[in-house]
Design a binder for this molecule. Structure first.
Ligand SMILES: [Zn+2]
Length: 535
């Protein structure tokens, strides 16, 4: 009896622990409650996030703005100890990782995976919660709520937000980039979609633009993705590159910076695209949970390494600009890598097309293992231009300045008339073609190889945009006329371009004498300038 009395406090503590663990359980997501038959709606998602918020001290729920139709766009910070501001995150010495999805409103699978992950993270007794020892995680489960309620690819205007990253014309995306991404400058940034190829449960791609830091791209390809494959396999799932292939080659996804993972590369971030291929909703959500956790686990396993890689890339961006060194790749092609790969494809045979539904029926599907095949992923510059110390825009180029400002680019203004030796491009041809689902017509510009060198007095009020800044890669891409997503492409220079039109091969209008100078001037050597930062 005496012994039992002695043991009593121990038993009491044990009982309390058991009671606590029974009590603390992972909250079910709205979709999970119905065994994933239906997707979580926007309203259910908002309620769920608030419900989770009420159960943990390690989550901070907020929103970073609203959509055209006035829907709030939520985000949640998870951290231990709690951080509420980017500078607190920086002081913590931990990597900051963004987990986003549903920029295409109808693509909801990865979002369901992220909601499951949020529930696990909020549960202190769940092993997933340990990620908070090493990481600060921001969840943005739906970037496009107006598209989500319609289950459409675009927003309420039918515009594809995942082609708007350089323009930043769409309210929801501008709010996302300006209010969240460029304030926090995350080390990692996952963007979830529905796409890719069976038999995979998840397809991925790292920064796919040639202007991104090669070391960040290699870290994704050779360390992160093999780790993700391994984690997926452990859970009985398969993963491989986005987007698809045949018996000879596998093609990897898009390269221009107007899409999320490539834009992430432009801000020196380990940006990864996730595409969940067609599968039943439950398998999709559960495999997206495993894949998303694996992405975070890679950061948690290598926090110092990922931060060092990102820091090196960011320092290099600034140094290259400040010393006006290195080349900017302005045109590129994608070719086969120097190594071979093995992967699986699904071959479909036989069957007939149902005239009512237009769908194939009665097909047989077999999984074919392809070995020693090419992977078309290597980026090769076919044209480069030297990086200037700064670009110079005239006061009338205010539309281009607005576009740069959306990206939090630092812009300076000349405080007095200043004579400078500069270079400029001579336009040969300007073509207008409509691109994708953007309503504006878009220019493409052909320029002379030879730069036009000139000495010019720039008046007070002229804009100076240095390339030696954190957004230096974006500055160069946006102000080089030959890239895919520059200020000319997206119509910010229409009013001030020289009078040349498609196929004429000569000056149109005949208004001015002399060469057709594109009014984006390049200052090629570092030079102190009488400027002030534009407010
Ligand atoms: Zn998508």
């Amino acid at each position: 009896m005496k012994r039992l009395c002695k043991l009593f406090p121990v038993i009491a503590v044990l009982l309390a622990v058991i009671a606590f663990s029974l009590n603390a359980q992972t909250i079910k997501t709205p979709s999970e409650k119905g065994d994933f038959v239906e997707y979580t709606t926007y309203e259910e998602m908002m309620e769920f996030l608030q419900e989770v918020q009420a159960t943990t001290t390690e989550m901070l729920l907020s929103d970073y703005g609203e959509t055209i139709e006035g829907r709030r766009i939520p985000y949640a910070i998870f951290s231990r100890p709690m951080v509420t501001q980017p500078w607190e995150a920086m002081a913590s010495g931990k990597p900051v990782v963004f987990m986003s999805a549903n920029i295409h409103g109808g693509e909801r699978t990865v979002r369901e995976g992220l909601l499951l992950l949020i529930a696990e993270l909020a549960d202190k007794t769940h092993p997933t919660n340990k990620l908070l020892d090493d990481l600060i995680i921001l969840f943005i489960p739906s970037i496009n709520p107006d598209g989500l309620v319609r289950a459409t690819r675009g927003n309420s205007q039918g515009i594809d937000l995942n082609r708007d990253f350089m323009k930043l014309e769409q309210k929801a995306l501008y709010n996302y980039i300006h209010n969240l991404v460029l304030k926090w400058r995350p080390h990692g940034w996952l963007d979830g979609h529905n796409g890719g190829s069976q038999p995979y449960n998840m397809c991925y791609q790292g920064p796919g633009n040639i202007e991104s830091d090669i070391n960040l791209m290699n870290l994704c390809d050779f360390e992160m993705f093999p780790f993700i494959d391994q984690e997926m396999l452990k859970a009985g799932y398969k993963s491989w590159y986005y987007s698809g292939g045949n018996e000879e080659r596998w093609n990897v996804g898009l390269t221009y910076p107007r899409v999320a993972n490539n834009y992430a590369g432009m801000i020196d971030c380990l940006g990864v695209l996730y595409e969940s291929p067609s599968q039943d909703r439950k398998t999709g959500a559960l495999s997206a949970l495993v894949a998303s956790k694996a992405y975070l686990q890679f950061f948690a396993n290598n926090p110092q390494k990922v931060m060092d890689y990102v820091k090196r890339a960011r320092n290099e961006t600034i140094t290259l600009g400040q010393t006006a060194s290195g080349d900017i790749p302005v045109k590129m092609i994608k070719v086969g890598e120097d190594y071979k790969v093995s992967y699986e494809i699904v071959k479909r045979e036989g069957g007939t097309r149902n005239p009512d539904t237009g769908r194939m029926e009665g097909q047989t599907s077999t999984i074919v293992k392809v070995t020693d095949a090419d992977i078309i992923k290597k980026l090769v510059a076919t044209k480069t231009r030297p990086r200037p110390y700064a670009y110079i825009l005239e006061p009338r180029a205010h539309k281009a300045i607005e576009m740069l400002k959306r990206h939090r680019v630092t812009i300076e203004v000349l405080q007095e008339d200043t004579e400078l030796d500069v270079e400029a491009y001579i336009a040969r041809e300007i073509n207008r073609t409509s691109q994708y689902d953007h309503p504006a017509s878009v220019d493409s510009v052909a320029v002379e190889e030879e730069m036009h060198k000139m000495t010019q007095t720039f008046p007070k009020g002229t804009y100076i945009i240095r390339t030696g800044q954190a957004s230096g890669r974006i500055v160069c891409h946006m102000l080089e006329p030959e890239t895919t997503d520059n200020v000319i492409t997206w119509n910010a220079m229409d009013a001030i371009l020289p009078g040349i039109r498609s196929g004429q091969g000569s000056r149109g209008g005949g208004r001015q004498a002399g060469p057709a100078i594109i009014p984006i001037f390049k200052l090629m050597v570092p030079k102190p300038l009488p400027t002030k930062i534009l407010k």
